[in-house]
Design a protein around this ligand. Sequence first.
Ligand SMILES: Nc1ncnc2c1ncn2[C@@H]1O[C@H](COP(=O)(O)OP(=O)(O)OP(=O)(O)O)[C@@H](O)[C@H]1O
Length: 242
Amino acid sequence: MSTLLEIRGIETGYGRIKILHDVTLDNASGNIGLFGPNGHGKTTLLRCVSGLLRAWHGEIRFDGQVITNLPPRRIVERGLIHVSQGNRLFPDLTIRETLRLGAFPRRARAQEAQNIERVAALFPKLRERWSQRVRTLSGGERQMVSIAVALMSEPRLLILDEPTLGLAPRIKDELCDAIKLISQAGVKLVVVEQDVEFLLDLADHLYLINHGEVAAEVRPGDSMNHEAIMEMYFGRQTSALT
Ligand SMILES: Nc1ncnc2c1ncn2[C@@H]1O[C@H](COP(=O)(O)OP(=O)(O)OP(=O)(O)O)[C@@H](O)[C@H]1O
């Protein structure tokens, strides 16, 4: 598995408050899963990767090229797309209008019609509501639109920040299935998620972020199970390996 995203020695924060301390995701091949307690820096790391927050120190590479502190638009154009927590969408646009906004990178514009068909196949629920305004959608449907609009720009790497947060079990399962299909279609993923079962299913490389540091990691090939991950999470042991 190739390493699409490399993160080395990242330090950053807000104002004078340092949140991340020397975060390195070493040889993180395949899909990356991040988990850990609330408020310990997972979103901050994602924002730094996608250029929304300046790195104070360290280096981020995407497909071998340094992208540290590039403007977010330049990072998007390279194929790295960040779906933020809480699906920030324009409430008065319809689903179709929202999807068309996602096709703004030059390479995606020519493929707009095919990509609309592709996301419609992935999220049949959305196709039924093509002309419905975003503000009238359920939370789960909005999350689907958020991911669908990201797919319209043909990402090579998709960052998902707690995609299943607050969703009821049935719609959550639907969303998880769609995310797995996205991965099977060749899009690499970086996912922050509290549902460790889902992460174990999806991610090749898992990192526990605690107090702004990588507190533990699970590499591809390591044997791991839910119980061991939970112990790692709650501090009864430092390794998830069985
Ligand atoms: N814009 C901001 N300005 C100041 N402090 C911030 C800002 N955003 C986040 N923080 C602080 O940074 C710390 C890490 O927050 P972050 O959102 O990265 O954590 P997280 O691990 O993603 O948590 P959660 O799982 O709840 O999303 C928190 O103490 C938070 O209060």
